[in-house]
Design a protein around this ligand. Structure first.
Ligand SMILES: *[C@@H]1O[C@H](CO)[C@@H](O)[C@H](O)[C@H]1NC(C)=O
Ligand SMILES: *[C@@H]1O[C@H](CO)[C@@H](O)[C@H](O)[C@H]1NC(C)=O
Ligand SMILES: *[C@@H]1O[C@H](CO)[C@@H](O)[C@H](O)[C@H]1NC(C)=O
Ligand SMILES: *[C@@H]1O[C@H](CO)[C@@H](O)[C@H](O)[C@H]1NC(C)=O
Ligand SMILES: *[C@@H]1O[C@H](CO)[C@@H](O)[C@H](O)[C@H]1NC(C)=O
Ligand SMILES: *[C@@H]1O[C@H](CO)[C@@H](O)[C@H](O)[C@H]1NC(C)=O
Ligand SMILES: *[C@@H]1O[C@H](CO)[C@@H](O)[C@H](O)[C@H]1NC(C)=O
Ligand SMILES: *[C@@H]1O[C@H](CO)[C@@H](O)[C@H](O)[C@H]1NC(C)=O
Length: 409
């Protein structure tokens, strides 16, 4: 009986699960509307649109400069348009929409920072300037490795090599960056199997055999993001580490870190949730991504940025926002890879970081049907045994009394 009711609960949960998820139609293009200059310059900018019943989410993934992602919410009839000559020259307003978006948000993966962790604290904020080297991602040579464009999943793999910056600093080693767009609520295939919605993009970064500074004996790396978008610029974003229910999808990791932008005012005055970044605080040190070969990531309070426009000048976000960036919300988010006592970057020369960029409310991990079934069996089976034993005892007693009666006759 108890099992039966657990089973019903399971059914209800399964039904509720399928009821709440909405689906979007994905379509994507490489170098949308670009005829001549793109093949010549070998650039990659992927335009992805996810059409829902009442609105469309547009994404632009750009590797012309520093890797960046723009997200915009518009009515379904709106289209993105790029003036390519201006776009490649990084001029403002070279990206625009045929109808004004109700909301936009952009992220630049702007810097990879190497620091010499002399006291093995794994904290970048204790390292001073002379123990820190900044690599700006626009100085890597970005190459398209693969692109798969399906109606339910769009996946772009890029690789950045041969770092060479304006100060003549060169590095070997590669940064592998994958971006994924989705049409519905699910877990991603790749460990750490992040839960994504129809409104989110997955970003996976691998630092593969990056050359470290030979004067640093205890190198670690950190990644700095720049987030720009709608919402009140006076309200700081905040980082919120949360305990999660179970580690079924990301073995050994019971925490989810979330950064949310302040809510924004819709045209009709209603308050809408803005965007979020979300990740599991784990970094894997080989391609198998097992928990035994992993270390932690550490996040820091987001930092305010001055001179908004000049800081994004060479990126795709400048092409869209232009000088208007000064009045927008903008913050730096930093995450360092590694934890105290893990042997530093040189131990594996391979570290990963995976995060989601999403619009709306971040999805919450729920108990899966499997876990619910295990709990049901765990609770239901003992109850069933107790009830069965009880019944058996009752049944056995009854004939005994009959027997006594029979004997006493
Ligand atoms: C789309 O709009 C219709 C009518 O306004 C509404 O009933 C429906 O719930 C909306 N769908 C979604 C997914 O928001
Ligand atoms: C972009 O806009 C220009 C001028 O407004 C137009 O000629 C062009 O066809 C548009 N391109 C796309 C891909 O919509
Ligand atoms: C490392 O530890 C030494 C000794 O405790 C201290 O003097 C120094 O400031 C520390 N350096 C950093 C970068 O934390
Ligand atoms: C190594 O670090 C030192 C001190 O920060 C810096 O002057 C030098 O340019 C760095 N070398 C490389 C190759 O990054
Ligand atoms: C463009 O990229 C492809 C593959 O990424 C490469 O094979 C080719 O040599 C590149 N062409 C130029 C002109 O850089
Ligand atoms: C970088 O190296 C090139 C060639 O070696 C040299 O011509 C140039 O002046 C150097 N630039 C800087 C900023 O040191
Ligand atoms: C902003 O940029 C201007 C000119 O480039 C510079 O003079 C000023 O010091 C900068 N302000 C900050 C806070 O960095
Ligand atoms: C996804 O975006 C749509 C459209 O704005 C919104 O109505 C919906 O609540 C979002 N979904 C989630 C899970 O936040």
């Amino acid at each position: 009986m108890a099992s039966a009711s657990s089973f019903c609960l399971l059914l209800v949960v399964a039904l509720a699960d399928s009821g709440t998820s909405t689906r979007r139609t994905l379509r994507s293009w490489v170098n949308w509307g670009c005829d001549e200059p793109c093949p010549e310059r070998n650039v990659t900018a992927v335009y992805l649109r996810a059409d829902g019943p009442n609105d469309t989410l547009h994404y632009l993934w750009d590797f012309v400069g520093a890797p960046s992602v723009l997200l915009a919410v518009t009515p379904p009839s709106a289209w993105l348009n790029i003036s390519w000559d201006d776009y490649l020259a990084r001029r403002e307003n070279s990206v625009y929409f045929s109808e004004k978006p109700t909301y936009t948000f952009g992220v630049i993966i702007s810097k990879i920072i190497e620091f010499n962790d002399v006291n093995d604290t794994a904290l970048i904020d204790t390292a001073d300037v002379k123990n820190t080297n900044v690599l700006r991602t626009e100085y890597f040579n970005w190459r398209r490795v693969s692109l798969s464009q399906k109606s339910e999943l769009v996946n772009l793999d890029m690789e950045g090599n041969s770092y060479h910056d304006t100060a003549n600093i060169s590095r070997y080693g590669s940064v592998k960056l994958s971006l994924q767009g989705f049409c519905t609520l699910d877990h991603s295939d790749m460990v750490p199997h992040m839960l994504h919605t129809e409104n989110s993009t997955l970003v996976d970064i691998i630092l593969d055999h990056m050359q470290t500074n030979e004067t640093f004996s205890k190198s670690r790396f950190a990644i700095e993001l720049l987030a720009v978008g709608g919402g009140n610029p006076e309200v700081p974003m905040f980082v919120d580490p949360k305990k999660s229910l179970d580690d079924e999808h990301t073995p050994g990791i019971f925490e989810v870190v979330e950064v949310r932008t302040p809510p924004y005012n819709n045209l009709d005055g209603t308050l809408n949730a803005g965007s979020y970044l979300q990740w599991r605080p784990v970094s894997y040190s080989n391609a198998l991504r097992e928990i035994t070969s992993s270390t932690e990531t550490i996040q820091y309070p987001p930092k305010q940025v001055f001179n908004h426009t000049s800081i994004i000048r060479n990126s795709m976000l400048y092409c869209y926002y232009g000088e208007a960036t000064d009045n927008l919300l903008m913050q730096k988010i930093m995450v360092s890879l590694g934890s105290k006592g893990d042997g530093y970057y040189k131990k594996s020369s391979y570290l990963t970081w995976t995060f989601m960029i999403g619009y709306g409310t971040p999805p919450e991990e729920r108990f899966s049907s499997l876990v619910i079934m295990i709990i049901s069996i765990g609770l239901g089976l003992p109850l069933l045994i107790m009830v069965a034993t009880g019944l058996y005892l009752c049944v056995r007693r009854v004939p005994k009394r009959h027997g006594n009666v029979y004997l006493s006759r």
